[in-house]
Design a protein around this ligand. Structure first.
Ligand code: PRX
Length: 659
């Protein structure tokens, strides 16, 4: 763990909760929040047990809330059984929600398709029956590699309905990334599409799956089920490949959900860590669902009349919890969007809010920052050109939101009427952890404010001791909570080591640095490990380095992050080639080759923004790369500290030049 935690500028502006929300919100007022916090503190098991009974439909009720006999392998509601898909779909049948719109899907080209809860249920059941007929059953694993679509939500629920554990791979990841995940989860089923549409262009998906399977080690894969999105040409492996519509054709629209144990792995989602390959974060069924449902109810103040829109992709945790599960469990109408925020122009989000009368909007700081810039350059796409009066809450996730971006979002998008919910959480936490509540929390731009009831977040030093307010430290969670990560798929040792280091008294270590101010508000300062956050996407420096050094021309590479106005952080790669230092056009060519290589190895999101060539990297006399110096050089700042321990100080000048 690195101890270099920088201080951040702490804001003084405070915006009290809006009185209307204090009266009407699902958690109405600070006293109501404090009562829940006190209830959780007095009896964590009583608190979580009550909520699990009140909010979830159980096929077999649990008798034990928490089994702590083998920390950190906690079990929640461990002898209960339920089905998550049943809790999101069947529960609405026979209620007024049955014929309510579940999803309003807007395609890249603007076409809109809607499904009701009943229609969604029927589609899930038909496809599930088709898969059942092919022999898929509880305990199997499926890789889902689909674009944003109703079909993606259907595919996830089909798996869950049958007790199949899914692992969704973001459509921007490469065949190599798919291959790693296919092998790691031992998938027998892949669900993909022919192509996806983004920004007016068709981008192929199936070829990456074909290539991944051909890399070997995927003998367990029996079928590749393909959603026909564009009708573009695809290669076909007879016997293995099936069209999604053919699998569902003629099947009954009723498929009883398979009850699973509360701890049954609902899904595995890969995310980057500081070392090695991405980790398969394993989530549970009941505990995860409970938190997905409650956080939508609490933080997004879910109301039956809401039109909710989370702009994340289903390939990320946000798209799991806040598209596929939480909103559906709450019976909300939600918007789902296939395309990109800048097509056909940078007013697309605002136009969609206006068109669908969105009430709750949830997006990422990187989108806010780039749309701020775009609307400054092109007044026609400024949010004030659109009718955004339907909005009542606006949320942010994925990276720290700087106070200026917060203020712009609050003023220009929320019209100073909507609280900005800066939600801090992670793939591993399953759902929101530290976030304002609309009817409770006075807001401070740039702070994710206070922990949710039941979440014992704290800032500690390297020995797990509490640090005073105003001092930086490691963000931890002191007690287990139901939606927490259960394991790293197939690697319990890495799970323990990464998240529960022995020196931290069994606390969950988030990997972020943070501090609390005098009011107990949390201010996140970013990762304290070698994890980068580029446009809200998590990437390990090691992952990008291994991709670079696997290129035949590269001898050595070091990757660091540099603050970036739009993407939060940008990747800077320092590369030593196995040949002479390239100059001019040649250097540009080699840099391009390396960028494309990284895109092929990991995905375009991992492409370094800046590549610098040198004859060597700055190292200590014992051979350790001095990343601290590289971070300074990457920012274009002058190295003022003592570099006498450096074996080769002259190298810093060479590495300060971008290609
Ligand atoms: O560094 C924190 C940052 O994103 C990391 C988690 O990334 P991921 O697992 O991909 O999940 C993203 C969606 C939940 C965290 O360790 N992060 C997330 N939300 C915030 C944030 N940093 C500051 N403020 C936030 N609201």
């Amino acid at each position: 763990m690195s101890t270099q935690i920088k201080s951040v500028l702490v804001e003084n502006r405070v915006f009290p909760a809006f009185p209307e929300l204090v009266k009407t919100a699902n958690i109405a007022g600070m006293e109501a929040y404090k009562a829940l916090v006190a209830e959780a503190q007095a009896s964590p098991e009583g608190f979580w047990g009550r909520l699990a009974k009140e909010n979830l439909n159980w096929t077999t009720p649990f008798t034990q809330v928490l089994d702590e006999s083998n920390p950190p392998f906690y079990k929640w509601f461990g002898d209960g059984e339920l089905n998550v898909s049943e809790n999101c779909l069947d529960r609405h049948l026979g209620t007024p929600t049955e014929h309510k719109t579940a999803i309003i899907f807007e395609a890249d080209n603007g076409d809109v398709t809607q499904v009701t809860y009943r229609e969604l249920y029927n589609r899930v059941c038909e496809f599930a029956n088709g898969l059942k007929a092919l022999g898929y059953k509880k305990g199997d694993r499926a890789i889902i590699y689909l674009p944003m679509s109703i079909e993606a939500v259907v595919a996830m629920h089909v798996c869950v309905r049958l007790g199949i554990t899914h692992s969704v791979v973001f459509g921007g990841f490469s065949s190599k990334s798919i291959h790693e995940r296919l092998v790691d989860v031992g998938a027998s089923l892949v669900i993909t599409a022919d192509e996806q549409m983004r920004g007016g262009k068709a981008i192929t998906l199936k070829p990456a799956v074909d290539e991944a399977i051909s890399m070997g080690g995927c003998e367990a894969v029996r079928h590749v089920v393909v959603y026909k999105r564009t009708g573009g040409a695809v290669n076909w492996t007879e016997g293995r490949d099936l069209w999604m519509h053919d699998v569902a054709k003629g099947q009954s629209a009723d498929c009883p959900a398979v009850p699973v144990n509360a701890e049954h792995p609902l899904f595995i989602l890969y995310t980057s860590g500081s070392t090695g390959k991405p980790k398969g974060v394993q989530h549970s069924s009941a505990g995860y669902l409970l938190w997905a449902m409650l956080t939508v109810k609490w933080a997004f103040d879910a109301k039956p009349s809401d039109v909710y829109w989370c702009t994340a992709d289903v390939g990320w945790i946000t798209g799991h919890t806040y598209i596929a599960y939480g909103p559906l469990a709450n019976g909300l109408t939600q918007v789902m969007f296939e395309g990109v925020p800048t097509y056909p122009n940078a007013g697309r989000f605002w136009e969609m809010i206006q068109r669908h009368k969105v009430t709750v909007f949830y997006t990422a700081p990187t989108a806010i920052r780039s749309l701020t810039k775009a609307s400054e350059a092109q007044p026609d796409v400024h949010p004030r050109k659109y009718d955004l009066s339907s909005l009542r809450l606006i949320g942010s996730v994925g990276e720290p939101i700087n106070p200026e971006a917060w203020m712009w979002y609050f003023k220009e998008v929320g019209g100073e009427r909507c609280p900005v919910l800066d939600t801090w959480w992670q793939t591993e936490t399953g759902g929101h952890m530290i976030t304002p509540l609309p009817g409770v929390t006075p807001l401070k731009p740039g702070s994710c404010t206070l922990p949710l009831p039941g979440i014992e977040a704290a800032i500690v030093d390297e020995a797990g001791g509490d640090v005073e307010n105003g001092m930086g430290g490691f963000l931890v969670v002191k007690r287990p909570w139901p939606a927490m990560i259960r394991n790293i798929w197939g690697d319990p040792e890495r799970f323990k080591k990464s998240y529960f280091p022995p020196e931290l008294k069994g606390y969950y270590l988030a990997g972020d640095g943070a501090q609390r101010d005098a009011d107990g508000y949390f201010w996140i300062m970013g990762r304290v490990d070698d994890v980068l956050n580029v446009s809200g996407h998590r990437l390990g420096t090691m992952e990008v380095e291994s991709a670079l050094v696997s290129h035949p021309l590269v001898a050595e590479a070091a990757v660091v992050g540099r603050p970036d106005d739009t993407t939060g952080e940008a990747i800077v790669a320092f590369v030593v080639l196995k040949r002479d230092l390239p100059e001019g056009d040649e250097a540009v060519q080699v840099a391009k080759q390396l960028r494309d290589w990284v895109a092929k190895e990991i995905g375009p999101i991992a492409k370094p923004k800046d590549i610098r060539f040198g004859e060597n990297l700055p190292k200590t006399r014992s051979g350790k790369i001095m990343r601290r110096l590289l971070r300074i050089v990457a920012k274009g700042e002058e190295v003022t500290q003592d570099v006498s321990t450096l074996e080769n100080p002259a190298i810093l000048t060479q590495l300060s030049k971008s290609v």
